[in-house]
Ligand binder design. Structure first.
Ligand SMILES: [Fe+2]
Ligand SMILES: [Fe+2]
Length: 236
């Protein structure tokens, strides 16, 4: 379903980065993002299947999922996946790489460019598809939460943002609980009803609650969630 030339382009960009990788660790980082990408493609396919009849091109959408994180391959060469630490927006870099590689689909390039904006208010449907598929995938990579610094209680800024009902930007997260709450908060901002359905089917509420209880054994964050937010409601 993904156009042949899009797959070749993806493979070319992955191999270019592999050739420049200076050690095993960087190669592993690249591989991690390749695997992440294919998970996003799978989730994206589920969204497309549930949203049949929408005004988009399935092949181009599938291509967008595959290309969304190509910037990560070059970024990995800098030894980190943090846009903050590397001073590089992997999304902007990815769009640039596609232009340089001669890729011509401007709508998809724009979607790659905008896919990691915390708040996207434009009308590009491929950006929305990437964002939903990416976020649903990242929540499922929940074991990564444990890699963040331990935290006893959420940051003030994260608590306030959630209470205001505004979308959280993970760049303000400082530790495990902040990240977990950001993921949870994403469910309110998914664009497609199929995406919300996938969130429910994958039992993400239960999974996130289990993690939260592990991180905050005092139960205070859970108590606050129930009292002051609607994040635990089955439909938001
Ligand atoms: Fe990304
Ligand atoms: Fe991604």
């Amino acid at each position: 379903m993904i156009p042949e030339e899009t797959i070749s382009l993806f493979e070319r960009l992955v191999n270019d980065a592999r050739e420049k990788a200076k050690d095993e660790h960087i190669l592993e980082m690249i591989q991690w993002k390749v695997d992440h990408t294919w998970r996003v493609v799978e989730t994206g396919k589920e969204i497309l299947e549930g949203e049949k009849g929408q005004d988009w091109d399935v092949g181009r959408a599938m291509g967008a999922f595959l290309l969304h994180d190509v910037g990560r391959f070059e970024q990995a060469l800098l030894g980190s996946y943090s846009d903050k630490q590397t001073g590089v927006s992997h999304a902007f870099l990815g769009a640039e790489m596609l232009v340089k590689a001669g890729y011509k689909d401007n709508e998809i390039i724009e979607a790659v460019h905008d896919h990691s904006l915390a708040v996207y208010e434009g009308s590009n449907v491929y950006t929305k598809l990437i964002k939903d598929a990416d976020q649903l995938t990242i929540i499922g990579e929940e074991y990564l939460l444990e890699k963040h610094p331990e935290q006893k209680i959420a940051s003030e800024e994260v608590i306030k943002t959630i209470e205001r009902g505004v979308k959280l930007d993970t760049s303000i997260s400082v530790g495990q609980i902040d990240h977990l709450l950001s993921y949870w908060n994403w469910k309110k901002f998914l664009y497609f009803s199929t995406s919300k359905e996938i969130f429910r089917n994958r039992k993400y509420d239960e999974m996130l609650l289990g993690k939260l209880r592990l991180f905050d054994k005092s139960g205070k964050t859970e108590e606050w969630l129930r009292k002051s937010t609607d994040l635990l409601a089955t439909t938001v």
